[in-house]
Write a protein that binds this ligand. Structure first.
Ligand code: PAZ
Length: 403
């Protein structure tokens, strides 16, 4: 059986090795026909189309998966951005981690914002025999819910939004490759907005255990593993004093091949715009890492964000001036965030401006008409997407002029 592609292998060969190593996801043929029809429809309508990726990928530890490695991403960035793209007239393919947040329903599906809390049962009408009153939206939420419902129904009825899901890193990569190739006829009207938190590491198939990894020794009569199969078991061997009844689990992961290269140089339609995200936790690294990614893959934009401030600020790192551009939600409009650390806003900005210039700069970004989320505060995606659409429009125009 093939192993993980060696790092020095040309990326196109690494692609074959990687994809030939796995059966395609079960949903792929169905997703292909849905996506093909959706894309063709919007090509005919000459509408721009964005592929938004969202949520985290899992890395299974067993082929018959009981355990997997996951990450924090809830899909807020992707689901929120998809709504603002729809508002800008784009058709959206929303490639998301199954059960992560979705455009529109996200407003009512957090545990702190459950849809049931927005509803009540009205008293039964006196003219009816039924003891059951009609279900209603509470009066204080009528306006908010009506607004979301109308936007959702508009997107649905006009075939503007296609939802496709993945779970594992392998499924994600198969889907991304397929969709990018199907988007070919869109040319410059295609936009890739890669907000998913994709795992950097995985266990190659030939090193993956078939069955649930056991935490304690099985009796010899029940254990199928002979010496030759010992490598299937991820157990520690370095314990000074190994525990008696349970084993330490040591997981040996390989790097996922960097398929952004293939997206840029092969899968995506020529002329299309490719936007990736870079997440860091260390403010000192963010801009450097975003610039490095931009140089390495030669795409069009990296949007950098810090885990602790991602709801309030992002940086656009571009190959052309101004190279580094911060977009911030003004202080008075910031939503509360349990995990966010407001004191860290501004820490990752490399080109520090003088205080007065800095304030003006921040103020300039606030001159947009901002849009408030249902839980209050401006959603930073309401600032990101219009800026991005301007950059995409410039590319579309340039492609139209044939340069
Ligand atoms: O899903 P979410 O809203 O909780 O988080 C969004 C995000 C931080 C995953 C996204 O903005 C991002 O940076 N994605 C790319 C992560 C990376 O591969 O570096």
């Amino acid at each position: 059986m093939a192993t993980a592609p060696p790092e020095e292998m040309p990326i196109a060969d690494a692609e074959s090795v990687y994809f030939n190593n796995y059966p395609p996801p079960k949903n792929l043929p169905k997703h292909e026909s849905l996506a093909r029809a959706f894309i063709n429809h919007h090509v005919e309508e000459k509408r721009r189309l964005v592929l938004v990726t969202s949520g985290g990928t899992t890395v299974p530890l067993e082929n018959q998966t009981v355990r997997f490695i996951d990450n924090f991403s809830a899909g807020t960035r992707g689901a929120t951005s998809a709504e603002y793209f729809l508002e800008q007239g784009y058709a959206v393919i929303f490639l998301h981690r199954q059960f992560s947040l979705l455009p529109y329903s996200r407003h009512f599906s957090h545990s702190t914002n459950c849809f049931l809390d927005f509803m009540e049962e009205a008293p039964p009408s006196s003219s009816s025999d039924s003891e059951n009153g009609p279900l209603m939206v509470c009066s204080e939420y009528q306006d908010q819910m009506r607004d979301v419902l109308r936007r959702y129904r508009y997107a649905k009825q006009n075939n503007r939004l296609l939802l496709l899901h993945f779970t594992t890193i392998v499924e994600y990569l198969f889907e991304l490759r397929l969709l990018a190739k199907l988007m070919y006829p869109l040319g410059a009207d295609a936009l890739f907005y890669l907000a998913a938190a994709v795992s950097d590491f995985f266990i190659p198939r030939d090193r993956m255990a078939e069955h649930k990894i056991q935490s304690s020794e099985l009796p010899a009569s029940m254990s199928k593993s002979q010496d030759s199969e010992k490598s299937d078991i991820y157990t520690g061997t370095n314990d000074m004093e190994p525990p008696k009844n349970s084993k330490k689990l040591v997981i040996d992961l390989d790097p996922v091949p960097k398929f952004l290269h293939r997206l840029v140089d092969g899968w995506a339609p020529p002329g299309s715009m490719i936007v990736s995200f870079k997440l860091e936790t260390d403010p000192n690294l963010l801009v450097y890492k975003a610039q490095t990614a931009l140089k390495r893959y030669s795409h069009h934009l990296v949007i950098g964000n810090l885990l602790s401030t991602r709801k309030w600020e992002v940086v656009f790192v571009t190959p052309d001036p101004p190279y580094e551009r911060w977009i911030r939600v003004p202080k008075s409009k910031r939503s509360k965030s349990i995990s966010g650390v407001e004191d860290q806003v501004g820490l990752a900005e490399v080109k520090k401006l003088h205080e007065s210039e800095h304030l003006q700069n921040t103020e300039a970004h606030t001159s947009h008409e901002t849009q408030d989320g249902i839980t209050g505060g401006t959603e930073i995606e309401s600032l990101i997407i219009p800026e991005l659409v301007k950059l995409h429009s410039a590319m579309v125009e340039k492609a139209g002029r044939g340069s």
